[in-house]
Design a protein around this ligand. Sequence first.
Ligand code: GRG
Length: 293
Amino acid sequence: MIKTILSGYASQFEEKLARAYHSGGTAYDVIYDACRYSLLLGGKRLRPFLLNSFYKLCGGCGDMSERFEIAIESIHTYSLIHDDLPCMDNDDMRRGKPSCHKQFGEEYALLAGDALLTAAFANAAASDSALGYNNIVRAISVLAECAGIDGMIGGQTVDLLFEEKKAGEATLELICRLKTGALIKAACTIGCILADADDEKIQAAALYAEKLGLAFQIVDDILDETGSAEKLGKPIHSDRDNDKSTFVSLLGIEKCRAEVERLTEEAKAALDLFGPDADPLKDLADLLCERDH
Ligand code: GRG
């Protein structure tokens, strides 16, 4: 059921993404093409789905969270484009297709990432004023914080610093909380903020996101060890081949699986105060725990 809901959401959302990055025939269309290429390459659309789901769960009406959904997916896509560059992970493939710099060249991939990050904030700022300017500004500030130095960028930096040395569990958790978790947390809390939810609900969404983000990264590490390259759309065993510290190298597969189950249950419990309306988000936590790509 949740799989159908998510894929239904994803196909509608992809039409909105394509419209948001439609070029009017400019001299710099190559950047629009590169942005659209990476944005529309597939992907689970997890972050915009979470944002939309929390917006609705907290009583938000209509599709007024749409521009923030585009914003958060734009930031996610920029991070993937830059992460694949030769100066970062140097990955030739993303979601089973050539990564942005393989398709368009390094210089345009760099610019496409920059363009997506900037466009994200332009989209967010152009949200329907009926959401309330206080809520819009608060949500933009959360987005900036989670994507920035003390969020995703900080996480990527610690990850780079530990490329050549062994990371312990605390460091891995820090990397994960910032690099993977921050944007997931932004998605969940922004959905609540835009719906003008109270702090108790925002805190519950944040807790759900923290547990989900950590479980999501541990599953990612497990999939790199045991998953299928075809389903993942990228080579497997990259962490092991690069001698990278991961939750799997530190704890082993069995402990990782138990940890994912524990975190998933905690994520679900965080949503109890929303009652049965939160069931789809609880099902999503289960789906991500069992995912194979
Ligand atoms: C800004 C260079 C730069 C990096 C930021 C987020 C990030 C750090 C890099 C992206 C690569 C990566 C492995 C991040 C960890 C989080 C993660 C598992 C991302 C993949 O997210 P999914 O599975 O991707 O939601 P899809 O393809 O479904 O959109």
